[in-house]
Design a protein around this ligand. Structure first.
Ligand code: NDP
Ligand code: 2IT
Length: 444
């Protein structure tokens, strides 16, 4: 049994109750076989065993009071996974499904994603099983304040730098940072990213994940002699990532015909009017179904999965993990899909990924394709350290060049190990090589 298989089998024993974490490990570890074969010293240093185990996990109770004066308690965590190349870095997710398995899968992915950016950021993730849906502004503020009261001792600009993820956007980051500032009596904007521009945020961070995804996909298309211009796209989700992916796609000449939320999806054959989606989802925090009130010619369907039966050239899953399974993959392939760009983290199941690759569909894997958000977070940290702020043009210029390098580095890593143009393996390898080198150099 190879070293990689031994570690993976052990992991499956130890964490059999953590399916999402094991799924991420099963995607990543086998890709690393050739790297570990080329570096026998890594096995001696128990490098892989150390890589799959978080350096530290903080877990806490988050008590808060609703508007009626009733008390509630949610669970909160921060997984500080790997700090070999920089302070732990990664988002916070507030969603009722959040548990340690999900945060560990996200944290493991984040280590490699952050490494791929070439910037000095380690991997971490956190969040709570709190459900922000239907909560008032005051309830959200009190919850965020309580969450930060539990977390602030464990983070710091040179220690661990959270940001947003599902259910955590600009409003929540403001409340979280405000409480950190109050508790520590310091002005340390570099402790969290995704901040508002008036108090230390970076221009372009809001758009960065979605724009970065399109920069990556555009690079992949060009490299394969194809163009986005004139393509038809289906984009799942209608949150931060989905909306700005749609915006950049439209700028590049793509017609976005469908988008969704956790209740259902809309199809607009004339091309989705993003200003309507933004008004519904960002301004009013309402349901995407209401799109039909502004655009009566569009159609609405209940349920999330059906969106993948809408014919398209380009599919961008930008909602959540495992939202695109094997049957959805076959539906997309049957309709002649040309490319998949993963905006969400691990949106395609392992068998769906495999089906796309086997059918020659161009596949941009999440940890490479959605790295633009965290890359721009690192640019926000750099601006905070320098006490400067850069223009939008500077930020987007850097973002575009980072996304292109990620594409080239992932492709080069795959080719170096004789894996053809497989970006899934290439991204895993390119991300891992840097972390492994640092972990080895730093010793036990
Ligand atoms: P948001 O909270 O802004 O939006 C999430 C969107 O996905 C919403 O439309 C939501 O619908 C939908 N959604 C959430 N959970 C489910 C579910 N279980 N089933 C169906 N739909 C669901 O989050 P983001 O846009 O920030 O994040 C989306 C994905 O992108 C996540 O996988 C996240 O980890 C990943 N990501 C985010 C980055 C960032 O910078 N924000 C960076 C890199 C990756 P509804 O409105 O009904 O809740
Ligand atoms: O999954 C992700 O990369 C994010 N949610 C962004 C993390 C960050 O620190 O900006």
């Amino acid at each position: 049994m190879s070293y990689v298989t031994q570690v993976l089998e052990q992991l499956k024993q130890t964490y059999r109750n953590e399916p999402e974490f094991l799924q991420a490990a099963e995607e990543i570890l086998p890709s690393l076989e050739p790297v570990l074969a080329a570096h026998p010293e890594y096995q001696k240093a128990a490098l892989l065993e150390r890589f799959v185990e978080p350096e530290r996990v903080v877990s806490f109770a988050v008590p808060w009071m609703d508007d009626k004066g009733e008390y509630h308690v949610n669970r909160g965590w921060r997984v500080q996974f790997n700090s070999a190349i920089g302070p732990y870095k990664g988002g916070l997710r507030f969603h009722p499904s959040v548990n340690l398995s999900i945060l560990k899968f996200l944290g493991l992915e984040q280590i490699l994603k952050n490494s791929l950016t070439s910037l000095p950021i380690g991997g971490g993730k956190g969040g709570s099983d709190f459900d922000p849906k239907g909560k008032s502004d005051g309830e959200i503020m009190r919850f965020c304040q309580s969450f930060m009261t539990c977390l602030y001792r464990s983070i710091g600009a040179d220690v661990d730098v959270p940001a947003g993820d599902i259910g955590v956007g600009g409003r929540e980051i403001g409340y979280l940072y405000g409480q950190y500032k109050r508790l520590t009596g310091t002005v340390t904007p570099g402790v969290i990213t995704g901040k508002g521009i008036s108090y230390g945020g970076s221009l372009g961070r809001t758009e960065a994940t979605g724009y970065g995804l399109l920069f990556f996909v555009d690079e992949m298309m060009r490299d394969n002699g194809k163009s986005l211009d004139g393509m038809r796209a289906v984009i799942s989700g209608s949150g931060n990532v989905a909306i700005y992916a749609a915006e950049k796609a439209q700028e590049l000449g793509v017609k976005v015909v469908a988008m969704s939320d956790s209740n259902g999806y809309i199809v607009d054959e004339d091309g989705v009017d993003l200003s309507v989606v933004k008004e519904i989802k960002l301004a009013r925090r309402a349901r995407i179904k209401e799109y039909l009130q502004s655009v009566p010619s569009a159609r609405y369907f209940e349920g999330c999965k059906g969106i993948w039966t809408v014919p398209c050239d380009l599919a961008l899953p930008c909602a959540t993990q495992n939202e695109l399974d094997l049957s959805s993959a076959f539906a997309l392939i049957a309709h002649g899909v040309v490319a998949i760009g993963e905006g969400a983290n691990m949106p395609c199941t392992l068998d769906a990924q495999k089906a796309f690759v086997e059918h020659g569909v161009l596949f941009a894997p999440a940890k490479a394709a959605n790295a633009g958000g965290v890359a721009t977070s690192a640019l926000e940290m750099a601006q905070n350290s320098a006490r400067l702020s850069w223009s939008k043009e500077q930020v987007f210029g850097q973002l575009q060049s980072i996304m292109r390098s990620i594409y080239r580095n992932a492709l080069a890593a795959a080719r170096r190990y004789g894996l053809g143009d497989n970006l899934i393996d290439g991204a895993n390898i390119a991300g891992f090589e840097r972390v492994a080198e640092a972990m080895y150099a730093l010793g036990l």
